[in-house]
Design a protein around this ligand. Structure first.
Ligand code: GLN
Length: 492
């Protein structure tokens, strides 16, 4: 079986049927990583021997007539923000260098129990702060479609690795767009479920009320299959939702039968000046295709959209400044050498360990939480967040799902936005509102620019409405070939 471009489920089905050995699959992927990742920079760590051992165990199960699970033999890349027991987890930060977690995240534990095989840990913006993976303290990740362009972020390593078939699926986290935006820029599928749908246990916290773990796949059904395994209540995360996990694969497949009776909302606020004309044309053509599949397109309004970026950057920095207080050189990772006092140990550890972007967020967050400013900034942001969530709730009384572009622009060049944090923050303008509202949203490929860069379509659903996202995305995918494109093979 040619693994380049192969969907994860094609691999799992062949392994479960005994037609393909998990060990052979893993060797092929490890060989691809060895040949191609030097040029792309997706992996921070490759666990070849661990992967071989797990693959052998899957093959032994198949041979012994036992079911190794729905993801049998599927090679996965794990964003380096998920704690993996015994395997270094750094969030691409110097401050967590050599941090080896003593426990496993719920997400990776569930994926492993379903037969998936972890190949290694993937690059990201430091602590998931960024939209291009340029904030990694380790190295940049390149967009497989064009090495001069960023893969998006913060889960840039995950999106680029799936796009380049350096793994068949991956995990990511999405706090303000970090699954959907890199999926869009790399031409693959990325899903941010409802807040609490997937446990955050063992996921290093950035902004706890906004962090959503989720899957990347080559196809809508792959993403659905991964989410089915990742999702569900977890006693170790009190914010996880005790609602039954939906039949996401079935929903994705149901989309192939068309979208009769489905009302798709088109929010004018997401088609404003600043939207790249090629992106707009591709997304409007995609919406026409969804209408041909039987959907009715209705205008909706999300009037508080204009406050989303400011609201997001107030809340996420406030939460980050509190979450990142724990990195002080005492318990985790880096500690400054030979400090003369405890205070110097703290300040030098943090000064040396954090990159510019985490430092910027910690300072902004400490500022907005300061006595005297708290109400004016943080309190106001919480009220705006409520209005944004109410916008979605109101829109979903007249439509079943909302369709928009995922990113206002295709992949940008290295350095193009990195020098201006505000420009980088604006890359999230179409993705942050669903995080603030906690509602699910999926991004899938819907075209290419003339220069050959992927364009993404975003479908947003109501809270706990992952199924409608998968159904709409499944419908679009079954009528188009964008997801079948593979990027050129880079040479290391
Ligand atoms: N780009 C956004 C930020 O920098 C979102 C990051 C994310 O979703 N983790 O905060």
């Amino acid at each position: 079986m040619e693994v380049r471009g192969a969907p994860a489920l094609a691999i799992a089905d062949a392994v479960r049927a005994g037609k393909l050995r998990a060990r052979d699959v893993i060797e092929q992927f490890l060989d691809r990583v060895a040949r191609l990742d030097g040029a792309l920079g997706c992996y921070l760590l490759v666990d070849g021997n661990g992967a071989r051992k797990r693959a052998d165990a899957i093959d032994a199960a198949v041979k012994g007539g036992r079911d190794p699970g729905p993801l049998a033999g599927v090679p996965l890349g794990i964003k380096d923000i998920f704690c993996t027991k015994g395997i270094e987890t750094t969030c691409a930060s110097k401050i967590l260098r050599r941090f080896v977690p003593p426990y496993e995240s719920t997400v990776t534990a569930r994926l492993g129990a379903a037969g998936a095989v972890t190949l290694g840990k993937l690059n990201m913006d430091e602590f998931a702060m960024g939209s291009s993976t340029e904030n990694s303290a380790v190295k940049p990740t390149r967009n497989p479609w064009s090495p001069a362009h960023v893969p998006g972020g913060s889960s840039g390593g995950s999106a680029a690795a799936v796009a380049a078939s350096l793994c068949a699926g991956a995990t990511g986290t999405d706090t303000g767009g970090s699954i959907r935006q890199p999926a869009s820029l790399c031409g693959i599928v990325g899903m941010k479920p409802t807040y609490g749908r997937v446990s955050r246990y063992g996921v290093v916290a950035f902004a706890s009320s906004l962090d959503h773990p989720g899957p990347f796949g080559r196809t809508v059904e792959d993403a659905a299959a991964l989410l089915e395994v990742m999702a569900g209540v977890d006693p170790l995360d009190a914010t996880s939702i005790p609602a039954p996990v939906g039949a996401y694969r079935q929903a994705a497949r149901a989309g192939r039968e068309g979208l009769k009776g489905v009302r798709l909302g088109l929010p004018a606020e997401y088609f404003q000046p600043g939207l790249d004309p090629e992106v707009e044309a591709a997304v409007r053509a995609a919406i026409d295709e969804l209408a041909k599949a039987g959907a009715t397109v209705v205008p909706v309004s999300l009037p508080h959209t204009k406050y989303a970026i400011a609201t997001y950057y107030l809340i996420c920095t406030a939460e980050a400044s509190s979450n990142l207080a724990r990195y002080d050189g005492v318990k985790y990772g880096h500690r400054a050498a030979d400090p003369r006092s405890l205070e110097e140990m703290y300040t030098r550890t943090r000064g040396e360990g954090f990159g510019d972007e985490p430092k910027r967020r910690i300072m902004l967050g400490a500022y907005v939480l300061r006595a005297g400013y708290y109400e004016a900034y943080y309190g106001k942001a919480l009220r705006a967040r409520r209005k944004i969530a109410d916008d979605f709730a109101a829109a979903f009384t007249t439509c079943d799902a909302i369709v928009t572009p995922t990113s206002p622009v295709p992949a940008f060049k290295f350095g193009e936005r990195a020098s201006d944090p505000l420009q980088m923050y604006l890359a999230d303008i179409l993705t942050v509102a669903p995080n603030l509202a906690g509602v699910p949203a999926i991004s899938q490929p819907c075209g290419f620019t003339k220069a050959g860069l992927p364009i993404g379509l975003q479908t947003i659903g109501p809270a706990l409405g992952e199924e409608i996202c998968f159904r709409v995305a499944g419908a679009f995918e079954s009528r188009t070939d964008w997801h079948k494109q593979t990027p050129p093979e880079a040479v290391s």
